[in-house]
Write a protein that binds this ligand. Structure first.
Ligand SMILES: C[S@@+](CC[C@H](N)C(=O)[O-])C[C@H]1O[C@@H](n2cnc3c(N)ncnc32)[C@H](O)[C@@H]1O
Length: 306
């Protein structure tokens, strides 16, 4: 898809509708869902790739391009669909590859809380879980998922629900992923208890969240924004995070990895907004955010219940 097409649709989207007006985006995705493209091959490498041996008409490609552009910002990926290369804000395979050695989802009932557009879940299908359910209250994320899943045809279930709704859900889970969500919660220990209560006996949680360095039982509470992100509540030391998990009832708490987010992993592309991590760090010192806090660093954790 050429730059001009995306830029034109992006500009029209900015002008004509609020970014939160989901109807035109929904309608564009419904048109895509009417397309019947045969001989589809899906590859689940670093890029989730959808290809076909069939010739696709110009009209059908335009229908797909329009929906893809209206679905901007694409944050998690990358995806490639019929040779259209969607370089997302995040190279999400970096996080996936950190976690990959630490789970086996064969025959398990699995949830991904805050699943965004389903990128990780598409990759998880290669493990053949018994059931895979994504929870995310964002309508835009669900439409991105619907668009991709129309061609991928997975059995993944996407629920427009948040972590706070888990306790009301139909069933419990063997494995729950909750990646990049805990720092958005005003009550992190309460949220961890909700995860614990949604697990089957001996079930496990895999999560990542921002942390600060230090040995004490301490947390950073940003005054307002953190690296320009508005809704970040608590950023603990590893010790404080471990305390939260213990107080929520988890055992066998393992720190799998600690990494500072790089501008290689999170960057602005033409499929997202015009700014990303590089714009949100102190230009003179990339170890600090614009607000003067320590730059984003994540801990990856695995823990289980009895
Ligand atoms: C920072 S993104 C993380 C996405 C992905 N899990 C990852 O780690 O790359 C946070 C995600 O949580 C979703 N979210 C927002 N509120 C939520 C809630 N109450 N429960 C679950 N997910 C939520 C957002 O829509 C978004 O997709």
């Amino acid at each position: 898809m050429n730059n001009n097409n995306i830029e034109t649709i992006k500009a029209k989207k900015n002008k004509a509708y609020s970014w939160k007006n989901i109807r035109p985006i929904y309608e564009a995705v419904q048109k895509v869902k009417k397309l019947e493209i045969q001989d589809i091959k899906v590859s689940l490498g670093d890029t989730v790739q959808i290809q076909t041996a069939q010739d696709i008409s110009t009209q059908d490609i335009q229908t797909i391009q329009k929906a893809l552009a209206l679905l901007i910002p694409w944050r998690k990926g990358p995806f490639e669909i019929f040779d259209i290369d969607i370089q997302t804000e995040w190279r999400s395979y970096i996080k996936y590859d950190i976690l990959r050695p630490h789970f086996d989802l064969k025959d398990k009932v699995v949830a991904d809380i805050g699943c965004n557009n389903g990128y990780y879940m598409f990759k998880m299908t290669s493990d053949k879980p018994r059931k895979l359910v994504g929870f995310d209250p964002s309508a835009l994320c669900k439409l991105q998922f619907d668009m991709m899943n129309h061609f991928i045809k997975s059995d993944i279930k996407f629920e427009l629900l948040g972590v706070e709704h888990l306790q009301l859900y139909d069933h419990k889970f063997d494995t729950i992923f909750m990646l990049g969500v805990l720092y958005h919660r005003a009550d992190p220990i309460g949220t961890l208890k909700q995860l614990k209560n949604a697990l089957l006996p001996r079930g496990e949680v895999i999560l990542d969240t921002f942390i600060i360095d230090g040995d004490g039982d301490m947390c950073l509470t940003p005054q307002s924004r953190y690296a320009m992100i508005p809704n970040i509540y608590f950023i603990p030391t590893i010790k404080a995070l471990t305390n939260w998990l213990g107080r929520a009832g988890f055992i066998d708490i393992e720190v799998l990895n600690i990494s500072q987010t790089t501008t290689h992993e999170q960057r602005a592309t033409r499929w997202t907004f015009d700014q990303s991590l590089a714009n949100f760090l102190n230009p003179d010192d990339h170890n600090l955010t614009l607000e003067g806090y320590p730059a984003p660093k994540r801990a990856y954790i695995k823990a289980r219940v009895l």
